[in-house]
Design a protein around this ligand. Sequence first.
Ligand SMILES: [Ca+2]
Ligand SMILES: [Ca+2]
Length: 338
Amino acid sequence: MMHTAMAQSSTQLYVETIQVAPGGGPLQMTFRDQGTGATEYMVEFSEALGKSEVWAAEQSAVIKPLGAGAYRIDIAEPREPNIFYRVVALTSAGPVVAEFANTRLQVTEGGTVEAVIQFSSPYTGPLSYRIEGPANGYAGPLSGTIMVNNSTTAAIALQIGDNPTTDELSFLSLIIQVGGRIQGGTDTQALITIGDNDAVWDGGFVSDGLEFIFKYRRSRNGSGELAALVSNGDGLIPAGEYPAQRLSPDQSFPATMRITLPSTASALELATTISLVLDSQPGNGGDVLTDDEVQGTALLTITYDGREHLNSTRFGRFILKRPPPVPSSSQTELIASP
Ligand SMILES: [Ca+2]
Ligand SMILES: [Ca+2]
């Protein structure tokens, strides 16, 4: 195996010896501090150097002073197979107060939320966090560590999961793990409110002489939007859920629902096809296309098998209104920890 240790350029720490046990096993290195003024050191590893280097703390490294500015590093189980180590001098080894810059964060499911942390003085080292809350199905790992490199700020980015269901309002708490050099400030806990990108909208169709209401399910599941007309069977359209076809998965409108009915399900006892095309072109007439409301033109076509003279086409308007999010039923807004 190849274990290479190097000094971080800004701190002038040189590794003097590397001892590698035959066939792997414990690794021993020594280094000498030639006047950085540091009182604490951290060993980091990277799998590559150059553009693709990413340094992370080697938590298992044990550093022992040998006197006269020399130190020994023991790593019981070195990482395989090719790894680079470096020693970082922590010149400000005193406690650092960490807290969130903003304790109220919003994100829509499927999105990424970034929580910014402020330190009372430049900090180098690991910062750990954990996530709590009933909405933890949304988040991946419920804890993690980021590396901070001589900075007064850092950011934790959380990817929020995306499901296809309509959910009540959900909350997560993101908590800074205090300990070691990290002391907690006033705001060590941030509340993340997760907005749903799935909803069952209330819909209505209006034309001369014909009106009906329906539900319209719009959901997003990472790879694109799905939509369907949902009828309870009270009006023109039999009970059921009818997927909408769109020009592309990312484009909400125009949306076409085609509903084919066997003769047994048709009022005229004829096989029937109902086609409803909803289109919204904001800036056109009274069309509206927002996160909570859609208005536009609707084209309703009804065709009967073998009785073309009964076919009809109606131009009308449609409206979709998104109901407000369902309040949380589990008192999930967590209070700040003391
Ligand atoms: Ca959802
Ligand atoms: Ca979703």
